[in-house]
Structures are given as C-alpha cells and as structure tokens.
Write a protein that binds this ligand. Structure first.
Ligand code: GLY
Length: 378
C-alpha cells in the first residue's frame, strides 16, 4: 500500500473531527476538558496541565477552516489562563504544554502582542525551574505538606521545552535555548535506555545533581515502558533536533521511534505500557498513538527518503487506524473524538476513555498530513 493510497480517508476524517469539535464548542465553550466520562468531557480547573489542548485544537481548525466561533473560544480560554499566570503558585513544568497551545498558537496565527507577552512570561517561569547542578527542569511542586519532589524530572517535559526554543527565537536571548538543550542532554543521559524505551520519572539529588533512581510513575513499573512517556520522548527529541540541530537528539528520537513501532500491536495503537505482565489488563492508550504519529511525521521530515517513508508510512497507518477503529464519529452521545485513551492506570484515573490530548494530537496529525506548516511546537 503506497502512502498516497493510504490518504483516501484523510479529508473525511478532517471533516468529521471538525464537525464534532464545532458541536462540542457549543457545550464546552471556554472551559478546559480533560477526559470524557459517560460521553461527556469533564472539565478541569484552568491550572491543570491539560488546559492547552482544547484551545490548541480550536486554533488548528480555525487556522484551516476559518470558523470565527472557534477563534473566539480559543482566545477566551487563553484569557482565562491569565489568572493562573498571575497566581503563580499552581504553575509547574507544564507551562510549555499550556502556553504553547494557547499564546504561542495565537501569536503565530494572529500576531497578537498580548499573546506574545504571555508566552514570554510563561517561558521565564519555565526557565526558572532549571536545576543548574542536575541540568534538569524540575517537575511539580510540593503539592502537599512535606512532599519532597525538588529533585524530580519527568519525560513529559521534553514537550515543554519547545516553549524555551520559541522564547529564544522570539527574544534573541539564547539563555532559554541553553536551558532547553541542557534539559534534553539530561534526557539523553538519564531517561532514554539503550533499547529506546524511557523512564517516566528520574529522581536526582537536588543539591548535588547526582542521579538517584528511575521511577515508574504513570507506567507499570520502574523498568517498564509507559507508552505515552515513550511518545513524549519521541516527539520531544524530534522537536529538540528541529530547534537545536544536534544530531544526538535525532539519533535518540530514532531509537525511541524504533522501540515504539516494534512494540505496537496489530492495529498500530499502543497499549498503555509496552511491558506488562500477563495478569495486567492491556488497555490501549490511543493518546500515545496520536502523539507518536504526529512526532513521526516531523521525524520523517528530518531524515533521508528511505527512512522518511518508514516513519511517514507508520504515522499514516496509526492515524488511519485511530480514525477507522477508535473514532467516535457515529455516536452523538460521545463528545470525545478518539476512544480508548488511558490517563493514569496506576492511580486508576481515566482508564479506557477519550482524552483531550488524544483528540488534539490526532487533529494535529491530520493537519500535518494536509500540509499545514503552522505547528505550534515548531
Ligand atoms: N503527566 C502527563 C501525562 O499524563 O502524560
């Protein structure tokens, strides 16, 4: 099957996803959906890490379809995040997810100067979380009394550092990029294993910067392979190469991609962890598949023709499977676009449900395939 033939479904997928998003907009408005329960997206407080995905998706559709309603909703979401920036105490490493898909997106599409200011402010807060000794961006804050996570870094943050690359490009100040590269160098050194699988969490000594341990986090176990974390690494390192041009990031992204692709089941949509013992239910995590697919499409642009066909072909097959086998297109009682995501299996949260980041990355992948070059992380 050639890649061209495999795209027959693309315009219909784009149309269905767009129609559903427009319908969802009437109910969700400028709120912040995370996981769909019983067919209805449950919305979170604006400080939750997922706040950028709904407005990001609105921007992707507005950018190509021009629906003013969607632009207004995306701008209203961005304005609601101002309280979070002002309050400051609830902000953590996820500033990149939140302001790349709101303010950077808005600035790239509309040139809004206020969006630029917000994104630069968010980048400064993100840069301020850098641990100089350990060369990592700190994850989280002490959310409860006595919680000690000053030395914690997580693989998800590979997707936050594009905000720092953007800040350097926008301001001309290289310090943001220095921090982004130092963090990604630590990802190569401490998170990516030789087989291309990754740790979700790594603990360092926050005073000396010494490596302490790898932790399972949202994966099954410390030495297992959480599929969404693998997707964050695949896409984040590819974006790192896109911005910094360091061959080591490209090599690592390819290693992670090969591990991801080699461990996919028949329908090309990953289980929530690639290394599960037989007694644990192998729920899918469609969001990991959607994120990896968009990352693979970028990876395909960074390599020679033969390799590019491998990555692009794999991404197309994943997106087509998500569309055909996981899409809730015919169900008017389901707000989620893509079924069967798993947010946090170890804590039993949002297992086997649509997730807003699965929907977002699915739409981003379609948008890439349709030739849209305004991708907010780039
Ligand atoms: N911690 C972000 C995620 O669930 O991927």
């Amino acid at each position: 099957m050639s890649n061209t033939a495999a795209l027959d479904w693309l315009e219909e997928a784009w149309r269905q996803a767009g129609a559903k998003t427009l319908r969802n907009g009437a109910r969700i408005g400028s709120n912040f959906p995370h996981a769909s329960q019983g067919g209805v997206y449950v919305c979170e407080e604006p400080h939750w890490w997922t706040a950028g995905f709904w407005p990001g998706m609105l921007w992707l559709f507005y950018r190509e379809n021009g629906e003013e309603t969607l632009r207004r909703l995306a701008e209203a979401c961005e304005e609601r995040l101002d309280d979070v920036l002002r309050e400051y105490t609830k902000l953590d490493h996820d500033l990149g997810f939140m302001w790349t898909l709101t303010s950077v997106a808005s600035y790239k599409i509309t040139g809004n100067a206020e969006s630029r200011r917000r994104a630069l402010q968010a980048a400064n807060y993100l840069a301020g979380r850098f641990n100089l000794k350990g060369r990592f961006i700190r994850a989280w804050n002490p959310w409860s009394a006595g919680q000690d996570n000053a030395g914690i870094a997580i693989i998800d943050c590979a997707m936050n550092v594009p905000l720092l690359f953007w800040a350097t490009a926008e301001s001309g100040d290289p310090r943001y990029r220095h921090i982004a590269e130092a963090h990604l160098d630590t990802v190569l050194e401490r998170f990516v294993r030789s087989d291309g699988s990754v740790y979700h969490i790594v603990r360092f000594d926050p005073l000396t910067g010494d490596f302490v341990e790898g932790i399972g986090g949202q994966g099954y176990a410390p030495e297992s392979a959480w599929s969404r974390g693998t997707a964050w690494a695949l896409y984040g390192l590819t974006l790192g190469y896109h911005h910094a041009g360091k061959p080591a990031y490209l090599d690592a992204a390819k290693r992670v991609a090969h591990f991801f692709l080699a461990n996919l089941p028949e329908d090309r949509v990953p289980h929530w962890d690639f290394r599960l013992p037989p007694e644990v239910t192998k729920y899918r995590d469609s969001s990991a598949g959607a994120c990896a697919a968009s990352g693979l499409l970028l990876l395909a642009e960074k390599v020679g023709r033969t390799e590019a066909e491998l990555y692009r072909g794999a991404a197309i097959r994943m997106l087509e499977s998500l569309y055909r086998n996981y899409g809730a297109w015919d169900d008017p009682n389901e707000e989620g676009l893509i079924l069967h995501g798993t947010s946090h299996y170890p804590e039993g949260k949002n297992v086997d449900v649509p997730l807003i980041y699965g929907d977002y990355f699915f739409v981003e992948g379609l948008s890439r395939l349709r030739g849209n070059d305004t991708i907010f992380w780039q």
